[in-house]
Write a protein that binds this ligand. Sequence first.
Ligand SMILES: *Cc1c(COP(=O)(O)O)cnc(C)c1O
Length: 408
Amino acid sequence: MHNDHRALGLAAAPVEARVGQDIANDRPVQPVTLVRPHAARRAARFFVEKFRGTAMYAVKANPSPELLTLLWDSGITHYDVASIAEVRLVATTLPDATLCFMHPVKAEEAIAEAYHTHGVRVFSLDTLEELEKIVRATDGATDLTLCVRLRVASDHSKLSLASKFGVDPRDAAPVLIAARQAADALGICFHVGSQAMSPTAYLQAMGRVRQAIVGAGVTVDVVDVGGGFPSTYPGMEPPPLEAYFDAIHAAFEELPISYSAELWCEPGRALCAEYASLVVRVEKRRGDELYINDGAYGALFDAAHVGWRFPVTLLREEASDTKPLAFSFYGPTCDDMDHMAGPFMLPADVKAGDYIEIGMLGAYGCAMRTGFNGFTAAAPVIVSDEPMASVYLPAQEAEPTPSNVVTL
Ligand SMILES: *Cc1c(COP(=O)(O)O)cnc(C)c1O
């Protein structure tokens, strides 16, 4: 049937009408990534329309070329890249995109290739040594936007980014002054940590930006508030994204910067978390432990290593009428660490051979897959239903919760 439609030029139509249950009915042997283009478009439109500045996509959250194209078509023109491979990927996939190389510690060869071959003009740094590297690698270019990364607290975030990068605002003056001299445009950037659960995170960081600007006495052209915008997961329901934008806009207006200064942000997770979910098969049950065919080395790194919880649904044609129980998961590799504590709430009679959909894996999930131990995934499939949860839909419009799902 699929082939008949393709012959008629209608390939996309039957595929897009599918939902998770249809995939389970095919009884796939490997885990299957379900992608929701409409969810990524909705997230992109939200940032494009409501963030009063430039929203650039942090490519590492999910570098799939299909997603990059969707975001571009939805109005995302700037891309935060962190490695030369990401630079090449976006330059090839979206030749007209603006690339910003926002990793503060780069190989000199990567800077040179990014500047000379791919037209990258925006670079971040947090030391004088990195500034010298950028100046050398670009042959003293005079058309650079240089963003000095400040260290800010990660107190409100689920994943800290506070210790690795960033110059302390008290030590930032020499770096800001030197970057000002080398740059055509000077920026200040920061990252409050991923999945920031309160807008206060950005308000506090903007306080550090003010301190750094006043301390250095420099003119700043760009303030980049980074990523950290949250998605929604069991036990982690954040305030509305509008509250984050309002806090950031208000703090930006109060900074001692010129009226023409630009506001940027770098969302990764918020733009793609709702884009993908995963259908897995239960290969074995041992009490309240389910051995599934994906795990820590596949799309479930955060579930294993950070104890992140994701929403789950048992995919059965006839909903189970047994009461929900808390389960943990083992992944398919031979490694004891391939374990996801959850808890994942599923009907008490879940058993080997059942299929489960795990939601909200579009960011730092499906992108993290390795081939360790020979376990991989089937090709992604486009589905048309809503994600299991959303920060972009009013609660009542999200996918109606099937009777076999318990959301904690
Ligand atoms: C990872 C990262 C992002 C994206 O962070 P999210 O929490 O996914 O929004 C943005 N900017 C930089 C510099 C990053 O390292």
